[in-house]
Write a protein that binds this ligand. Structure first.
Ligand SMILES: NC(=O)c1ccc[n+]([C@@H]2O[C@H](COP(=O)([O-])OP(=O)(O)OC[C@H]3O[C@@H](n4cnc5c(N)ncnc54)[C@H](OP(=O)(O)O)[C@@H]3O)[C@@H](O)[C@H]2O)c1
Length: 316
């Protein structure tokens, strides 16, 4: 069987032979992969930097995808931590971690959108007590997960959505009710945010690092209502793995600092959400800019992924 194979954490995966295991655990089956998304999470799996990394090589990267089962069903699946990921001609799935896709579902869109869309979907549905009508701020709205967070928050009934991100021009057209550019320093962020944060209920944070610190300094002193909870959900860390959280922020307002991701959301909670999310992606409720690349070009794809804002999807 051919697959994208990582033999060193400091090199891109190569298209090479990789053996299927000779024995399957109960509930497991071999499937033919159709499409697998090249998400940031997959890059960090392949370079060994993800917090779940067991540093075992060789490995086939890929945490999810779309596959055809032996009985002909098209399924979206998520994988456990494994050395045989989804970037392969075949992989091993457990049906309990998968859903049958609705007729007409586009495997490329599904493989591209499910992981980034899931980040805000489970944050709002499983990590906090989100209620329709609440005001949501998305910190880091220009990436694929942030763009989808705007669509997901709207779909789940947010009353107002504020998109914050780098590049004022790129914030337009995301579908948010208002936008705030991150270009500049902390003072310019505070000026640009103005009163936008005074009654925000939820922040979906894809950035962390300095922007999170600056946003807290800008938002907390302007909170209007002492009783209003501010749920700050840490989802991504593209701007830094650490952030200097002002201590007063935790005393001065009802700040709930919480994370959402693999581990803090249980696998059973994620699996429960797969069907509704796949249906929403399939009916075009959410869209993502996706580009298919044949699996045998995986090395090129690894280079291209850093040069494009499209979500690359390896196809078999
Ligand atoms: N916890 C979860 O369940 C979960 C699920 C999916 C994703 N994530 C995480 O969410 C994050 C975003 O994922 P993604 O799929 O959206 O990635 P992506 O499509 O590659 O987008 C990343 C975005 O981050 C922006 N960015 C990078 N550095 C920045 C900085 N210093 N300040 C402001 N913006 C910055 C980039 O903006 P420019 O275009 O300006 O460079 C780009 O728009 C990643 O950390 C990913 O691991 C978490």
């Amino acid at each position: 069987m051919r697959a994208a194979v990582v033999t060193r954490f400091d090199e891109s995966p190569r298209f090479a032979d990789f053996p299927l295991p000779s024995e399957l655990a109960p509930g497991e089956e071999i499937v033919n992969v159709v499409a697998a998304g090249l998400h940031p999470r997959v890059r960090s799996q392949a370079d060994g930097s993800h917090y779940t990394s067991r540093e075992e090589l060789p490995l086939v990267p890929g945490i999810d995808g779309v596959a055809r089962t032996a009985d002909g069903e098209l399924r979206y699946f998520i994988l456990p931590d494994t050395n045989l990921g989804s970037m392969a001609e075949q992989t091993i799935i457990d049906r309990r971690r998968s859903v049958v896709l609705p007729p007409g579902a586009d495997p490329i869109q599904i493989a591209a959108a499910m992981n980034p869309a899931m980040s805000s979907w489970v944050a709002l549905r499983r990590r906090i007590d989100f209620r329709p009508g609440q005001k949501v701020m998305i910190l880091g709205a220009t990436g694929n997960a942030g763009r989808l967070a705007v669509q997901v928050a709207k779909h789940l009934g947010a009353g107002k959505i504020i998109a914050v991100g780098r590049g004022a021009d790129r914030l337009d057209g995301l579908g948010a009710d208002s936008t705030v550019s991150l270009d500049g320093d902390g003072q310019s962020l505070a000026a640009a945010l103005g009163d936008e944060g005074k009654d925000v209920d939820v922040v979906l944070d894809y950035l962390w690092g300095t922007p999170t610190r600056d946003a807290l300094y800008a938002i907390v002193p302007r909170r209007a209502n002492d009783d209003q909870v501010l749920s700050w959900v840490q989802i991504g860390s593209v701007a830094g793995v650490e952030s200097a959280i002002p201590s007063a922020a935790l005393r001065a307002t009802k700040l709930q600092l919480i994370g959402s991701g693999q581990g803090s959301v249980s696998t059973s909670d994620i699996v429960t959400e797969l069907g509704a999310l796949a249906a929403a992606v399939s009916t075009d409720a959410f869209s993502i800019r996706a580009r298919a690349v044949p699996l045998h070009n995986v090395q090129d794809a690894w280079g291209q992924a850093t040069q494009t804002t499209e979500r690359l999807v390896l196809t078999v």
